[in-house]
Design a protein around this ligand. Sequence first.
Ligand code: MOS
Length: 689
Amino acid sequence: MTATPDTLARAIGTPLDRIEGREKVTGAAKYAYEYQAENMAYAEPVQAQIAKGAIRSVDTTETLAQPGVIAVIWNENAPKLADDADGELALFQSRRVAYRGQYVAAVVAETPEAAREGQRLLRMEYDEESHDVLLREGHPKLYTPEKVNPNFPAELERGDPDGALASAAVSVDVTYRTPAFHNNPMEPHATTALWQGGDLILYDSNQGAPANRDAIAGVFDLPPERVRVISPHVGGGFGSKGTPRPNAVLAAIAAKVVERPVKVAVTRQQMFAVTGYRTPTIQRMRLAADADGTLTAISHEVVEQTSTLKEFAEQTAVVTRVMYAAPNRRTAHKLARLDVPTPSWMRAPGECPGMYALESAMDELAVAAGIDPIELRARNDSEVEPESGRPFSSRNLVGCLREGAERFGWAGRDPTPGARRDGKWLIGTGVASSTYPAYRRAAQASARAEPDGTFTVRVGAADIGTGARTALTQIAADALGTSPANVHVEIGDSALPKAGVAGGSMGTASWGTAVHRACRALLSGDGNEAEADTSDEIEQQKKLARHGFGAQFAEVRVDSDSGEVRVPRLLGVFAVGRIINPKTARSQFIGGMTMGMGMALFEESVMDAEFGDYLNRDLAQYHVPACADVHEIEAAWLDEDDDELNPMGSKGIGEIGIVGTAAAIGNAVYHATGKRVRELPIRLDRLID
Ligand code: MOS
C-alpha cells in the first residue's frame, strides 16, 4: 500500500454527519427486536410478587389451556445454567426470591398477546419473608466493602482530617442525599434468540457485543465461539446495557426449551426491576479551610446499597481523590445488602453522585468563607492527582472555569442570595466543576483495502447512539489518508475483532487506537489486509493520571410562590483532549447536561418500604427533562493538546457532561433563594416552607 496520509485533509475535527443517520430516521436501521426468523415464538417473563422469600408452588393449568401458549418455564423445568452464573442472570435456578419484580418464571407463546395472557393466568404461591429495602444512615447491615468499582480501595485516609476539621478557620459539615435513579434508555432492552445446532445467536440491545457474548457464553457454560451476539444499532444504554440483562438469558432459555427462535422485549414497566439503576446515596461531606479558602481537610463518607445477589459498590467518593489538594483526607464507602435489585452502571457511575456532593459542599464553603466559588476552586487546584501523587497528563480545570466565567457572564455577580428578582421569579447562578477519567481498554481491529479503492475496517465496537461509528470512520480515514466516504466501518457484532464495551467513556479511545493501528499497519505492509491489537500499551498508561475536566454553569429562575424551578441557561466548558467530531461531541455534552438537569430537578425512584419496591413504573411517574424544560444549553471546549493519551489525542466525552450539572443547578437555586436543598431532586415542596 502506498499513501501519504499526512498531506491530506484531516477528517478528525470535522462535523461529519452520522453515518447511519439516514437509516435511523427512515426506519431502515434494525434494532434487536426487529430481526425476523421462521417460526418465531414470544416469551413473557413472570415477575416475583414478593420482595423476599421463596416460590411454594406454580399452577400452570389455566396458562397452558390458553390458546397459543406453548410452555411455562420455571425452576422445576428450566435448563441448568452454570453454577457460577451471575445472580441476576441465573434465571429459574432457585425457588428463592431476592427482590420484587425478579424474573421467576416465563410463558412462551405463538404471539406476544398470548404470552401475556398466559402470564396473567399463571398462579404462583409464595412463602413470604419479611424484607428490608430501605437504605438509611446507621442501618445495622452497613459494612465496608473490600473494593469499590471497578477496583478502588473502599477507604483511604491521609493525615488527620478530624483534627484539621476541629481547628479550621472555616468548615462545612453537611449531608447530601440522592435517590435511586433508573437509566431508562429510549429503546427498552430486547433480545431475539436462535439456537442453530448447539450454537446460540442473539440479536440483542447492548453496549458491546463481544463482552456480552463472553458473559452469556459463561452463563450457558459454552465456549465463547459457540455464541454470537449481533447488535448493530442500539437505542441508548447509559450503563444499563453494559452487561447482559435477564432478557438475553430468558430469550436463550426459552428458545432452547421450545426449540424455536424466541423474542423477549422488556417493557418500560419491567425496566424498573430488571435493567439496573443507580444506588441511592447518603453522603456526608466535611471540608476545612484556612481563612483564605485553602483546603486543609476533605472528608467524603458515603452510604449506599447493594443486593443480596451480588455486591455492586458504586465508587461515589473516588472522584474526591482526584479533584482538590488538601493535606488531610478521608474517602470512605459503606454498603448495606438489601432485598432489592442489584444496582448497576449508570451515567458516570461514581463521578456523577460524588461530584454532586463535593461540588455542592464547595459552594457551601465558598459562602462560608466569603470567597467567589470560582476563585475557591482555582485556589485549590492541584498540580498532581491529590491522592496518588501522580502527575496529570493534562489538567485544565481552571481554564474551563475561567473560559466558562467569561462566556457565561460571571463577572460582577452579587453573591447575596435572593438579590436578583424578575417579578415573582428569583434568579440565581451557580457553578460546579466536572471531571471524568480518560480510560482506555485493550481492543483489536482489522483494515482491508478493497479492489474498488475503498477500505473496510472491522472492530467489535458499539454505537449506542453516541456517534461512535462516525468517529471511527473519521479516525480510519485520517490513518489511511483517504476521505471518510471511502471507509466502511463494521461494528456491533461479536464475530468482529474483539473490543470492549461502550462504557466508562472509553470507547473511542480504545477502539480508535486499534483502528488507527490497523489502518497504519495496512499502509505500511505488503498485503491488502492488516490487524492490530493494542493490549500491550495499556499498562504504560498507569504512570500518569488521565482525566478530562470541565466547568458547569447554570442560571435558574425560582417561582417565589410555588417553588417551581426553571433553568433558562446551562453552559458546560470542557477540556477533553482533541474533539473527533464537534457535531456528535456537542450532542454528547448537552445530552449529559440534560440528564444532569433531570437529576437535579426531576428524576427520583421512590422506594415503598412496606411494598418492597420502587413505585415508579413509567415515564409519567419517573420524570425526565422534556424539550420544554431545556432552554439555552451550550457546550464549549478548550483546545487541549495531550500527547500522552492515544493516537487521536482524545479523552472520553460520553459521561463528563452529566458530572457537576446537578451541583451547578443546586448552587444556583441556593443563590436565587437562600435555601440549600441537600436532597435531590430539588422538588418544589423542598423549597417552600
Ligand atoms: Mo457507562 S454508565 O460507563 O456505560
